[in-house]
Design a protein. Structure first.
Ligand SMILES: *Cc1c(COP(=O)(O)O)cnc(C)c1O
Ligand code: SF4
Length: 442
C-alpha cells in the first residue's frame, strides 16, 4: 500500500467505505449511535487486509474497530437513539453523551495517582508507578492508527501540537530522569507513539541516548502499528528514518523493545505485518507482544496458542495476557476471572517452552499487576491463587496469596481474602506482618 492510498475513517466518512455497501442497515445505524459515545476510527489497511467482510456480524476485527449496539448498556443506547435524529436538541444530545462517557470510568485503576511532581510542577504526560519503569505519553502520540472499541485510554484522545510544548515536555522528562537513577526503562506510550513522525519521535528519544542517561538501559515503545498499520515501517516517506532511529538506539548500547499490541492471530498473518516485523528485528530491536483477553474477539484458547506460536515463528516474544479493564464497553468484552484462567491454561499447555515467556492472565489494578495463578481446593475451600507480577510496593512481588473462589468475579476488587481472613497480606498492619512475614522487611 502506498502512503497516499492510506485513509482513515471516522463517523464523518465511514459510509464511504466501499465494503460498507454490503453491511446490513441495522449495523450501520448502530455504528452511528454507539460511535457517538465510544471512539471510532478505522483505516484502509484494517478494512482491506484484516476484516472479513463476509462475516461482519461476528468478525473479531470488525468488532475490534466498529462499535456495536451491545457495547453500550441498553438504556444508554436508547437514550442516544431517541435524541440523535434530525431536529433533535444538539445541546441535550451532547450532554447525554458526556454523562454516559463519565459513567464509563474513563480513568481506571487510579492512573492519575501515578503522575509525579517535581518541585511545584506536575509532570503531565509521565506516570511512575514501579521504581524501574517510567511511562511517558508524548503529546503528539495521543492518537492511534485505528481505535479499539475496548480501549481504556479513550479519554486521552485529544491532541496538542505545539513545538514549544514538546520542548518543555522533554526538558521536564530529562530533568526527572536525572533525579531518578533507579529508573532503567522508559516506555513511550499513548495512544500510539508510532503515529508521530520519525523526526518528532527522534526528538524524544535521541536525548536519552546521551551519556547523562546511561542508567536508562531500555527504551520501550508501546504500539499497535504492527497490527493497525504495518506500512508505517515499510512505505511511509519516513519509514526508513524510523528504522534508522531504531538502529541508533541499539548502536548507543541501549536495548530497544517494541511492546507490540496484537489481539488476534490474523493481525500477524498479512505479508505487510510479517515484513514490518522482519525489518524491525533487523535493526536489533526486540518485539514483545501483549494483549487483553476479550470476549467476542479472542476468547478461545486455540486463538491464543496460535497467536503465541506465530509470534515465536516471527522472532517475537510473547509477554503479557491482560484481563480486560473496567472501563468503556467492559460489559461487552469482560470474562469471569475463572474463565480467563481456563483460557490461559489451555492455551499455555499447548505450546512449547519458547512461547511460555507469556505471563497472565494479569489485572492491572491500583495495587499492581496481579496474576491469576489458578484455582485450587485447599483444605476443602475453593480459592484463587494470585501473585503480584508488579507491585505498587515492590516487596509484594512474587508472593502467592489467596482469594475466595468466585466464579462470577471479573476484577480484583470483587474478590475477598480466602480462609476467613479480613484483609489481603498487603493490607494488613505492619507490626502483625513483621511477625508473620519477616521477609517482607528484609
Ligand atoms: C505494565 C506497566 C509497566 C511495565 O511493567 P513491566 O512488567 O516491566 O513490563 C510500567 N508501568 C505501569 C504503570 C504498568 O502498568
Ligand atoms: S491501540 Fe491501544 S491506545 Fe490505541 S485504541 Fe487500541 S488499545 Fe487504545
Amino acid at each position: 500500500m502506498l502512503p497516499e492510498n492510506f485513509k482513515t475513517y471516522g463517523l464523518y466518512n465511514y459510509k464511504t467505505i466501499p465494503q460498507m455497501a454490503n453491511v446490513p442497515e441495522e449495523l450501520i445505524r448502530e455504528i452511528e449511535i454507539v460511535g457517538r459515545v465510544l471512539p471510532f476510527k478505522s483505516n484502509s489497511y484494517v478494512i482491506d487486509e484484516l476484516i472479513d467482510w463476509d462475516n461482519v456480524e461476528t468478525d473479531p476485527i470488525f468488532t475490534l474497530n466498529f462499535p456495536r449496539r451491545e457495547m453500550l448498556r441498553e438504556k444508554a443506547y436508547m437514550l442516544v437513539e431517541e435524541n440523535i435524529d434530525e431536529g433533535g436538541d444538539k445541546k441535550k444530545l451532547d450532554n447525554i453523551i458526556r454523562c454516559i462517557r463519565l459513567s464509563l470510568n474513563p480513568n481506571p485503576a487510579g492512573q492519575s495517582l501515578n503522575v509525579p511532581v517535581m518541585g511545584k510542577i506536575k509532570l503531565r504526560g509521565v506516570q511512575h508507578k514501579y521504581p524501574e519503569t517510567v511511562l511517558f505519553f508524548p503529546s503528539q502520540g495521543q492518537t492511534c492508527h485505528a481505535y479499539c472499541t475496548f480501549c481504556f485510554r479513550w479519554s486521552q484522545f485529544a491532541g496538542m501540537n505545539e513545538l514549544k510544548f514538546r520542548m518543555r515536555e522533554i526538558d521536564l522528562l530529562l530533568k526527572y530522569l536525572s533525579n531518578h537513577k533507579e529508573v532503567t526503562d522508559v516506555l513511550l506510550t499513548g495512544g500510539d507513539p508510532m503515529t508521530m513522525s520519525a523526526e518528532i519521535l527522534s526528538s524524544y528519544i535521541t536525548p536519552l541516548l546521551h551519556d547523562n542517561y546511561k542508567h536508562i538501559h531500555s527504551i520501550r515503545i508501546g504500539t499497535k502499528a504492527l497490527a493497525y498499520y504495518p506500512y508505517r515501517f515499510l512505505t511511509d516517506s519516513d519509514s526508513d528514518d524510523i528504522l534508522r532511529l531504531f538502529e541508533d538506539i541499539v548502536k548507543a548500547g541501549r536495548n530497544l523493545s517494541i511492546q507490540a499490541h496484537f489481539n488476534h492471530p490474523r493481525e500477524l498473518s498479512t505479508e505487510a505485518a510479517q515484513n514490518a516485523i522482519r525489518r524491525i528485528r533487523q535493526t536489533g530491536a526486540q518485539i514483545r507482544c501483549q494483549s487483553p483477553l476479550l470476549k467476542h474477539i479472542n476468547d478461545q484458547p486455540e486463538l491464543w496458542s496460535e497467536m503465541w506460536r506465530k509470534q515465536v515463528d516471527l522472532g517475537c516474544i510473547p509477554y503479557y495476557m491482560f484481563v480486560a479493564r473496567d472501563t468503556g464497553a467492559k460489559q461487552f468484552f469482560e470474562l469471569p476471572l475463572d474463565k480467563c484462567w481456563q483460557i490461559f491454561r489451555r492455551a499455555y499447555s499447548k505450546v512449547s517452552g519458547l512461547c511460555r515467556t507469556v505471563r497472565g492472565p494479569s489485572m492491572s489494578d491500583h495495587y499492581g499487576k496481579i496474576q491469576i495463578l489458578g484455582v485450587q481446593e485447599i483444605q476443602g475451600e475453593m480459592v484463587f491463587v494470585l501473585r503480584f507480577l508488579q507491585g505498587r510496593n515492590p516487596k509484594w512481588v512474587d508472593i502467592p496469596f489467596f482469594a475466595e473462589y468466585d466464579p462470577r468475579a471479573t476484577w480484583f476488587n470483587q474478590l475477598k481474602p480466602a480462609f476467613g481472613e479480613e484483609k489481603f497480606f498487603f493490607e494488613i498492619n505492619k507490626s502483625y506482618l513483621r511477625k508473620t512475614r519477616p521477609f517482607l522487611f528484609e
